[in-house]
Design a protein around this ligand. Structure first.
Ligand code: G6P
Length: 610
């Protein structure tokens, strides 16, 4: 989720790299750096913070015709100067920038250290520089050394590499993390997305997975990892900068909704042990026993993260058999909560900066309870203040209404549940394996939901003028009803309420008439028949029913005016799928009402006041 840019030509590389990085800052912005070739040496400048800080540092740097740059969104290692990219080998002759995650970096690092390599950073990326260095004498060329190194690597990468020994070439490679090459006149560019190079050229070639690009000033050659030439024509970019940053989507929120197959995968990447039917999370390794032996979990959060916590309650109590209390962080911090021996406090926060959640975490620490974080932004205050924790690796979330962070939080809660339930013996090896297999299937299942976009748009057309909405669900999908209602009110300003479907009878039913849309989450799970009865109650009062369903049967078809199908999965995983049509419905209704989807009125992405 970081930004990459590279240049080779006759112009001064420095301003081109800096400007490109500024364009990419929306992808990650906790530290930045460049490597420039000056008089056959590579000069590296790095800094924590924004690209503008890097720009100041480079103010009087000398002319360089080749260079690479990076703006970082930390995954492994805190955002500081040492962990900032570019990373180098032992000699400082080989420099590289990387997007993605090297899953087997720990094993590779141990091996490289035993071969005498000296590591400086905590990043997964640095192993690549040392691996290339290791292969260089045998390979005799940077290109070949990169190819050999990449054969050792599991995980995802988009990399650009330069070497002082080969000052006329940049080598790039991709698996999973996008790279695009910009073709110029006696100059070539490379970047993680086209926004960084569109000012210089609109002729581009997209690198595909498992391909290497060899860039010189006058030429670009593509090969696969087996050294076979790949032919690909350049494309002409016709769209504008704004559209490129949003990946061709009309809004960041829509882009982030569509990123979920990838972000859900990133949340579990390298954390599932298929053969043992269990999970492992580096950030919890030292406190695993404490978690397994916990007598109670207390989860605190705000907004969408609070809804994720509520889903967590259902999962942990059902599988891990740990009693769970979920609290609004703002209430927890002032209510002088009773924390006993054996309690573990979890703080869930996308930003890691929400003032109330941070205060709740500190309150727990004051009461000497173990306090752990589930956070997206690496190095954020909550991440730093937590004794231990898990990053959800969703990448920067720009849309104010949280979408991809929610599903990634749910993945992480499921990983923790799997770990505890298996270690406590509540799940057998076979049951654990089944969950692992089903988690692997989630990204594909999310993609299938996007086939329903036409149907969702139709529903948005029909209900865009409604003044109220009810969202109803039961069990693990009750918090999804709350989240669906929150999404709609946040971005479309339509009044919406989420309720447990059965609780509707105790109040909201009075609101139901022929103008009231009720969105039911009616999945084929343990609550299905009961939800159907609740739908019947709404229909009997002429309410209009929209149902999120697995395969709709005749009974449901008769009662629901609109049905949006989501693939079937295990009940504990089902909110990861059922929330996605609700995100899309809120989005399409808000767009039709002319609302500012990415920056809704009165809201802030990160609420750092009480
Ligand atoms: C704000 C945002 C919400 C978010 C909540 C908690 O209200 O608008 O989208 O869910 O804060 O934020 P956090 O970063 O702690 O998850």
């Amino acid at each position: 989720m970081c930004g990459i840019v590279g240049y080779i030509g006759d112009k001064d590389a420095r301003p081109i790299l800096v400007e490109g990085l500024k364009r990419l800052e929306y992808r990650g912005y906790d530290s930045a750096g460049v490597a420039l070739l000056v008089d056959s040496h590579i000069k590296v400048s790095k800094t924590p913070g924004k690209v503008s800080k890097l720009e100041e540092m480079l103010h009087d740097s000398v002319f360089a015709r080749i260079g690479i740059g990076h703006t970082r969104w930390a995954t492994h290692g805190e955002p500081n100067i040492i962990n900032a990219h570019p990373h180098s080998d032992c000699t400082g002759n080989i420099l590289l920038v990387h997007n993605g995650i090297i899953e087997n970096y720990s094993a590779l690092k141990t091996k490289l250290i035993s071969l005498g390599h000296k590591f400086k950073s905590q990043t997964d990326t640095e192993v690549l520089a040392h691996l290339i260095e290791e292969f260089y004498p045998r390979a005799q060329s940077l290109e070949f050394a990169v190819r050999l190194a990449l054969k050792e690597v599991d995980g995802t990468f988009g990399i650009v590499v330069m070497s002082a020994s080969e000052p006329e070439v940049l080598i790039a490679a991709r698996r999973g993390s996008p790279l695009v090459i910009g073709l110029g006149d006696s100059e070539n560019f490379i970047a993680s997305d086209a926004s960084a190079l569109i000012k210089h050229t609109r002729e581009v070639i997209y690198l595909h997975d498992n391909e290497i690009a060899i860039l010189t000033k006058n030429n670009v050659a593509l090969k696969n990892l087996d050294d076979e030439i790949v032919e690909r024509d350049a494309e002409h970019l016709t769209f504008g900068l704004e559209q490129i940053e949003k990946g061709g989507f009309a809004h960041f929120m829509l882009k982030e909704i569509h990123e979920q197959p990838e972000t859900v995968l990133n949340a579990m990447r390298g954390r599932l042990l298929d053969d043992e039917g269990i999970s492992k999370m580096g950030g919890l390794r030292d406190v695993e026993d404490k978690i397994v032996d916990a007598r109670r979990f207390v989860i605190t959060a705000c907004g969408t993260s609070w809804h994720a916590a509520l889903v967590g309650k259902y999962i942990f109590e059902q599988c891990a058999k740990i009693p769970v209390e979920v609290d609004y962080a703002s209430e927890f911090r002032y209510r002088n909560p009773v924390l006993l021996d054996g309690d573990i406090v979890w703080a869930i926060s996308q930003s890691g900066e929400t003032a109330d959640t941070l205060a709740a975490l500190r309150e727990a620490k004051l009461k000497e309870a173990p306090a752990y974080g589930i956070v997206n932004v690496v190095g954020s205050t909550i991440a730093r203040d937590s004794e231990a924790g898990v990053y959800i690796h969703a990448g920067p979330e720009i849309g104010v209404a949280s979408t991809k962070a929610f599903t990634s939080q749910l993945v992480v809660l499921n990983l923790i549940n799997l770990l505890v339930a298996r270690r406590k013996g509540n799940l057998s090896l076979e049951q654990g394996k089944e969950i692992v297999e089903e988690m692997h299937r989630l990204p594909e299942k999310i993609k299938q939901i996007f086939n329903s976009v036409d149907q969702i748009e139709k529903i948005a057309d029909e209900f865009k003028g409604s003044r109220n909405f009810l969202y109803l669900g039961r069990g693990v999908n009750f918090p999804v009803a709350l989240e669906g209602a929150l999404k709609l009110k946040e971005i479309s300003y339509i009044h919406a309420e989420g309720y447990p479907a059965a609780e509707m009878k105790h109040g909201p039913i009075a609101l139901i008439d022929e103008n009231m849309p009720a969105v039911f989450i009616a999945l084929r799970d343990s609550t299905y028949d009961k939800v159907l009865s609740n739908i019947q109650e709404v229909r009997a009062r002429k309410g209009r029913v929209i149902a999120i369903a697995n395969e709709a049967d005749d009974r449901l078809r008769e009662m629901a005016e609109y049905i949006i199908e989501v693939p079937k999965t295990m009940e504990i995983l089902s909110p990861i799928l059922s929330v996605i049509p609700l995100q899309l419905l809120a989005y399409y209704i808000a767009v039709r009402r002319g609302c500012n989807v990415d920056q809704p009125r009165n809201l802030a992405k990160s609420v750092t006041v009480e």
